[in-house]
Design a protein around this ligand. Structure first.
Ligand code: SAH
Ligand code: F3S
Length: 473
């Protein structure tokens, strides 16, 4: 029997990107090879997002499309196993099989280690399989290690789940309780990723700055007080991995930002000066109704403390407009906070009522046209700030970690310390290295740079080289 093929389509957050890679690793021992082409695949899995209504609806429309592919494949005598993973699987469970009876497999985020067994069983019985348990064992202890080669930048989940219960959010219901992986496991996985070619690690968690993983055994024995490490200490430890050039983390909860992590921004050069710190709103009234454990002044204090530790630190954030009860004055408080902090980048959303969350039952829902108006005003301000930040970079020199080919021949693409995409003329052999780049032009979402004179440009492919090579007899 030839290799069987697997196609995973990932929606939503970076944790899903990480999970998709782990699912592929888990299925590799069964002979599954990943393919970009859903039509040809023997197993198609949608790794889904439930955070907003639109995100969840996208899954059903995608399933409708796949239904036809599956039927066509059956018509040709083949078989396609169609699976739904991720947060929609967790939240909807059996409902998916009712709404889309052609789905074969529903698997929640905490049981991906059971996926191989489920597929084997499914192939034997042909009966739909569903597992949305929150099992006592951790999937991390049962999933295989890193398999496929990571890119220059790789994700590493260190913490999962959330106990905060913001009144608008489904994550505590779909991802379960907070769990931090032991330091030793994270360190081993980080080393494997770097050995396999990763140069930048982004540590992932729903509340990553509340990380408190079990200390490595040697440490907890000698210092009983340090049975658990926070994220700052974990980052300092990972920074000692040779070959690793950059560390980032996401997503942070403002009230969990702690002194040790702030100090890491001062003391650990590999920790990049760019932090995603969702604030949601600048109104204390709205923040309280959201059940956030910080107010606007608290957020400003945290940003100040981080800037004191690392003066060039840049922030990105998440915002929700039109939360139930949000008045025009509340919204203006948000604009005011944005002006005070100054964000390099941000994601902003209209409030989307999610079934089962407290905010969905609040009576003072904001009308859609008001939400639309506020979102566009907020996005205009955030867009101006982003452009202004990029413009200020022009004329400066930034270290850029190149991670891929650019769109044009002879061009490669990387990221600045502040995570801005930067493109420059240089050879592909510079991919995976940090290069000093003079920024010559700023755009809304990216920068153009030129290598500083002391930097080697590597081997630049001349335009058309590939086609000439192909044309040769
Ligand atoms: N700490 C989490 C945040 C989860 S959701 C993480 O990043 O993993 C990401 C963002 O989606 C939130 O910060 C919030 O701004 C937005 N969001 C969550 N629930 C929402 C809802 N019901 N309506 C609109 N936006 C929402
Ligand atoms: Fe969601 Fe709030 Fe947790 S936004 S992920 S409940 S911190």
């Amino acid at each position: 029997m030839g290799a069987r093929t697997l196609h995973i389509k990932t929606f939503g957050c970076q944790m899903n990107v990480y999970d998709s890679a782990r699912m592929a690793d888990a299925l590799a021992p069964l002979g599954f090879v990943s393919t970009e082409c859903a039509e040809a695949a023997d197993v198609v899995i949608l790794n889904t997002c439930h955070i907003r209504e639109k995100a969840a609806e996208k899954v059903y429309s995608e399933l409708g499309r796949l239904r036809h592919l599956k039927a066509r494949k059956k018509g040709r005598g083949g078989r396609m196993i169609l699976g739904v993973a991720g947060c929609v699987a967790q939240a909807e469970g059996e409902e998916i099989l009712r709404r889309a009876p052609y789905v074969d497999l529903v698997v929640g985020p905490q049981v991906y280690h059971r996926l191989p067994r489920m597929i084997v069983e499914l192939e034997r019985t042909q009966a739909p399989a569903i597992d949305v348990e929150f099992p006592p064992e951790s999937k991390f202890d049962h999933l295989p290690g890193v398999g496929a080669a990571p890119g220059v930048g790789a994700f590493l989940t260190v913490q999962e789940g959330c106990d905060k219960f913001c009144s608008f959010c489904v994550v505590p219901y779909t991802r379960g309780a907070e769990y931090s992986r032991p330091v030793g496991d994270v360190r081993d996985e980080a080393r494997r990723l770097v050995d396999a070619g990763a140069r930048e690690l982004t540590l992932l968690g729903q509340n990553v700055n509340n990380y408190h993983g079990a200390a490595p055994r040697t440490f907890s024995r000698s210092r009983p007080g340090a049975a658990e490490w926070g994220l700052g200490r974990l980052i300092a430890e990972l920074a000692s991995i040779e070959g690793l050039k950059r560390i980032r983390y996401t997503t942070s909860y403002p009230a969990d930002m702690n002194a040790e992590l702030i100090a890491a921004h001062r003391d650990v050069p590999k920790l990049m000066p760019f932090v995603h710190l969702p604030v949601q709103s600048g109104s204390d009234k709205v923040l309280a109704a959201m059940n956030r454990r910080h107010d606007a002044a608290g957020y400003r204090r945290i940003a100040d403390a981080m800037r004191a530790a690392r003066p060039d630190i840049a922030f990105s954030s998440d915002f929700i407009v039109g939360f139930p009860g949000e008045s025009e004055a509340d919204f203006e408080d948000t604009l005011c906070l944005v002006r005070d902090i100054g964000f390099l980048q941000a994601y902003s959303f209209k409030y989307s009522p999610r079934p089962g969350t407290p905010a969905a039952a609040m009576t003072d829902q904001v009308p859609e046209p008001v939400k639309i108006d506020r979102l566009s005003r907020l996005q205009a301000l955030l867009g101006d700030q982003q452009m202004e930040f990029n413009r200020r970079c022009a004329g400066t020199t930034l270290g850029v970690l190149f991670d891929r080919r650019g769109r044009r021949p002879g061009q490669i693409l990387g990221r600045s310390p502040y995570s801005q995409p930067v493109h420059a003329e240089a050879g592909e052999d510079r991919i995976g290295t940090v290069v000093e780049v003079r920024i010559v032009r700023a755009y809304a979402n990216s920068l153009r740079g030129r290598l500083e004179p002391g930097e080697s440009a590597g081997v630049i492919a001349s335009p058309g080289a590939e086609s000439r090579a192909e044309a040769r007899p």
